[in-house]
Design a protein around this ligand. Structure first.
Ligand code: ADP
Length: 480
């Protein structure tokens, strides 16, 4: 199986970048529309509070008895002006003045029945009424900026807009009065909102000017939920894609390992068969069986190779879960002294380099309850690796001791060691350290897998510690 992994990674990164950019674009659009809506809310609040302040002023002068008449608002002229200026040009407004000629008696007949158009005209009417009301009221009683400010602050607060501000009343371009939040000094970053009260010519304008802190913080607080959700979604998608690539990389590595395994195992299986056959041929065809000593020697070679083969077959079979489940173990008290000494002898003969063994078994008659064949294979694999993954010479120390909880067996070498980041994989099926001796030393990544699965099957545990360039120690523990 050949995965175009590079292309998949590129596609995944592109997809992630696309999702990220789309989210940024979408959030930016949302931020802009939220900003527009917030600005509109502030303007609406200013207008609402303006009405409220005018009304309070009106009630005040009425109760004080300073004013006894009524204020009339006539929208006819302004609506006509607006219509001429094209502000409501989609409408044909016919106004029928009633006998009294007040706003309430003005009738509007529209050609379009759309609700939006009616609303537009109503908004204009209200705006005209507000301006006219101001123009007349302000002559009777002066604007109370303190009242307007407290109304505005309360209303902004209840709308969830907690920004410090400064409010000014500007008449004909000059600041007539100022109020605002304590300690707030407007600067270049402040937001500016203007509510025109009325005008009596181009440069004779009365207006409220509201300067606030930047709205970004308020907007971000309002958008906190959606921002968190977007971030979470992005993280989840990122994690899923990362997991996909991680899984593909693992599958590819396993695939490579399996290919390596097939290549190596064929070779490994052929060698003992060829050697055993050659020894057998020598006995059968060249009359070696007459010579007792030669016969024993050749039969010994055959036996050794068959042992090797059986060990390999055991390891291959250990891969199958089914077999592990149905495996029948022959548990006995296995003498460690006998097992270890036979193994050291075998490996000293077999090794193609000088091997020095240091063995300590405490007490000497120490036994382990295990299947002798499998325990032998386990220790043999550890010794085999110690020899394989070492330099020109190797020292192997085997310590077996009785502990409080059972028996510990240590196989330590002074070989090439294993890098820290590879240590946790060494017991995985088909795993071989990629650098070091991988290509010069034969192997198929099953030895330690067998060690672990069989040790666990026997009720024990195995652990490893290693220092790169210094050596490796495998520790087996079996319960009593
Ligand atoms: P292999 O057939 O490759 O020896 P193993 O499962 O026995 O397979 O070992 C897995 C890998 O762990 C080896 O390829 C080797 O890189 C590393 N390894 C195992 N034992 C040792 C050791 N004693 N010293 C250094 N590296 C080791």
């Amino acid at each position: 199986m050949n995965f175009p992994l590079r292309n998949i990674i590129i596609l995944v990164l592109l997809a992630l970048a696309g999702i990220f950019l789309w989210q940024v674009y979408w959030l930016h659009g949302l931020y802009k529309s939220e900003r527009t809506s917030l600005e509109k809310t502030i303007k609406d609040v200013m207008t609402y509070c303006d009405f409220a302040e005018t009304e309070m002023r009106f009630k005040h002068i009425k109760t004080d008895g300073k004013f006894n008449g009524s204020i009339r608002v006539n929208t006819y002229k302004e609506l006509d002006n607006l219509n001429k200026r094209g502000t409501v040009n989609s409408q044909v407004i016919k106004e029928r003045e009633s006998k009294q000629g007040t706003v309430a008696d003005t009738a509007l007949v529209k050609e379009s029945d759309s609700k939006d158009s009616t609303l537009t005209i109503l908004v204009h009417l209200v705006e005209i009424a507000r301006r006219q009301l101001h123009a007349q009221m302000d002559k009777i009683a002066r604007i109370d900026l303190q009242v307007y400010d407290s109304l505005l602050t309360a209303r902004l607060d209840s709308a969830g807009i907690n920004v410090r501000h400064q409010l000014s009343l500007c008449i004909d371009g000059r600041t007539a009065a100022k109020r605002g939040s304590a300690g707030f000094r407007p600067d270049g970053g402040s937001e500016r909102f203007v509510l025109e009260l009325y005008s009596e010519g181009a440069d004779r304008i009365t207006q409220y000017v509201l300067l606030t802190e930047p709205l970004t913080r308020t907007l971000l607080i309002q958008m906190a939920g959606i921002l968190t959700a977007s971030l979470l979604i992005f993280i989840i998608i990122g994690f899923v894609l990362w997991y996909l690539v991680y899984t593909l990389v693992r599958i590819r590595n396993l695939d490579e390992m399996k290919t390596d395994f097939s290549n190596n195992i064929t070779h490994e299986l052929k060698t003992p068969i060829a050697v055993a056959l050659a020894a057998n041929d020598a006995l059968l065809n060249y009359g070696m069986d007459d010579n007792r000593q030669k016969r024993r020697e050749y039969l010994g070679v055959c036996r050794g190779q068959l042992h090797r083969l059986s060990g390999m077959v055991e390891q291959i079979l250990s891969m199958s879960m089914e077999r592990r489940r149905n495996m029948v173990l022959n548990i006995t008290d296995v003498s460690l002294k006998d097992t270890v000494s036979s193994l050291t002898h075998e490996h000293t003969l077999k090794a193609e380099k000088p091997v020095a063994f240091t063995v300590s078994i405490q007490p000497e008659d120490l036994t382990v309850r295990a299947d002798s064949m499998h325990l032998r294979n386990i220790i043999s694999n550890l010794i085999d690796n110690a020899v394989k993954y070492s330099n020109a010479e190797v020292s192997i120390t085997i310590n077996a001791a009785k502990t409080a909880g059972g028996v510990d067996i240590e196989v330590a070498d002074n070989g090439i060691g294993i890098a820290k980041d590879k240590l946790r994989y060494v017991f995985d099926r088909f795993f071989r350290v990629a650098d070091g001796n991988r290509y010069t030393v034969k192997g198929y990544g099953l030895g330690l897998y067998y060690v672990k699965t069989m040790t666990e099957k026997l009720g024990g545990t195995v652990s490893v510690s290693s220092v790169l360039g210094k050596g490796t120690t495998f520790k087996l523990h079996f319960n009593e």
